[in-house]
Write a protein that binds this ligand. Sequence first.
Ligand SMILES: Cc1cc2nc3c(=O)[nH]c(=O)nc-3n(C[C@H](O)[C@H](O)[C@H](O)COP(=O)(O)OP(=O)(O)OC[C@H]3O[C@@H](n4cnc5c(N)ncnc54)[C@H](O)[C@@H]3O)c2cc1C
Length: 492
Amino acid sequence: MNLPKTHTPFEANTPEAKVGIIGGGVAGATIALRLAELGVNVTLLEKGPSLVNGPPICHLHAGGSFYREITDEQCLTLLQQSIDMISVFPQAVNVRPTVIAVPNTDPGQPDSIIPRLKKLQTQYAELVKQFPDKKLLGEPGDYYCLFEREEVEELAQQDLPESVTQLSDWLIPVAKNLDLDSVKYPLILVQEYGLSGFRFSATASLAASQIKNCKVKLNARVTDVRQSDSNKHWQIRVDHQTSQQQETLNFDYLINACGFRTGQIDDMLKAPRQRLVEFKAAYVAHWAQCAGHWPEVLFHGERGTPNGMAQLTPYPNGYFQLHGMTPEITLFKDGLVSSSAETAQPNLPKPYLEKIDQGWPESVVTERTQGAIEHVARFIDRFLSAVPAANPLFGAQQIPGDDPKLRTSDVSFYGDFYARTEIVKAPSALSASDAILDNLIETGLIIKSELISNATTHYFPVTRNIELDSVVSLACDIAKDRGYPIDLALKI
Ligand SMILES: Cc1cc2nc3c(=O)[nH]c(=O)nc-3n(C[C@H](O)[C@H](O)[C@H](O)COP(=O)(O)OP(=O)(O)OC[C@H]3O[C@@H](n4cnc5c(N)ncnc54)[C@H](O)[C@@H]3O)c2cc1C
């Protein structure tokens, strides 16, 4: 798609404020586009070679049904944020539901999450009634549905459909392969879709390249940050890693979107902050015998025990991404660390930082991926024939405060003209951008205009119209460059 670089209709309303964003992950890239689409002058500084190259994203938590332990409020927030995310980044969404099963080994009951699903369904129905264009998770009446054992047994006898025409079609491959005695009933199907990190990266890159006032500097590591004596300007030192040159940039407003390294910039400013950081990994397997259109399948479990949650995320052509919430698979010993009175940056053990910065030893990749395959095969024994197929998808995630169960958070502010994003899940990036926009208006750096005050729609005329074909093509290149099968970048 070759749209000319464009200014938005708002340019005339926006003073020449310069906003600097450090970190081009989901949060930094989303905020850069949100502000730039409104005409704000934005510079996005990313130390890596491409945007959105941090920890992985595969699931759009449109209701938080993964997390039995979080509050209903967090789930309702995740639902709203996910719907907003689909409307802005439709290219990154894999439209397929999630099937949730409670294993017999688990003390929980499927029925216990149904009251929450009803609340989510009601909120979704109300939203759609008020704003019909928010019907982005299908019919509200289909937001979730339940399958008792007899129905699942019946589905197991049906042929795999060529294409999915009704909700129960998604259950057929599961019913044919699942050990039906290993789980409790009903099985729950919920409209929690997939989110592709590679297509998110591609969409953000293409959109940024088409917006004149959105400058992206890659391979640009921020090494120093200072505020002027009058506290009105920021001076940022940037190391350009490919040219080995240094540059000093000046901004009126600074956004720290460094993900799990947010504390490093906080420390440069002596801005204290309590936060946690957790190192985790997902694995990629190829299952040659895979047939049919698979939903995501989630087996609930007690985190950190050998029966921790198992998550099977489908991609085209037999590829799956696997999580297992045990210390031998997704979680890591001492992988959850906290900031201290001395530093706002929680310090991960050295081996995990080495994994992030230098990669993984092959033997560990094979061992952990094989562990993940076996973890899923406890319920789907044919999955034992799957094989490790790529490097893990991994990274560290920040959680503000001291509650490791927190799943919704967006941004905090410190002093004047400084925001730090603190998202735990990708869909919260948009609400972080909304809060920052409000703060920019409060500081007088942006003048509130008609489109900004329209709280029900996010103004992203360039981003949401990037053509899917261009996104997929670039996403495949990004996957290849990062050493992953291109199948992980294809649209379901
Ligand atoms: C294993 C795993 C699975 C996950 N699965 C999901 C999922 O399915 N769905 C979901 O919603 N979330 C998921 N998450 C969480 C999700 O990955 C994070 O919410 C998200 O990546 C956070 O985005 P961010 O932009 O805040 O940080 P990041 O993505 O970490 O981006 C920060 C960026 O800042 C850059 N940076 C850091 N320091 C500097 C500097 N000094 N100068 C310049 N640039 C700098 C980094 O290079 C990086 O690109 C998962 C996390 C993990 C670990």
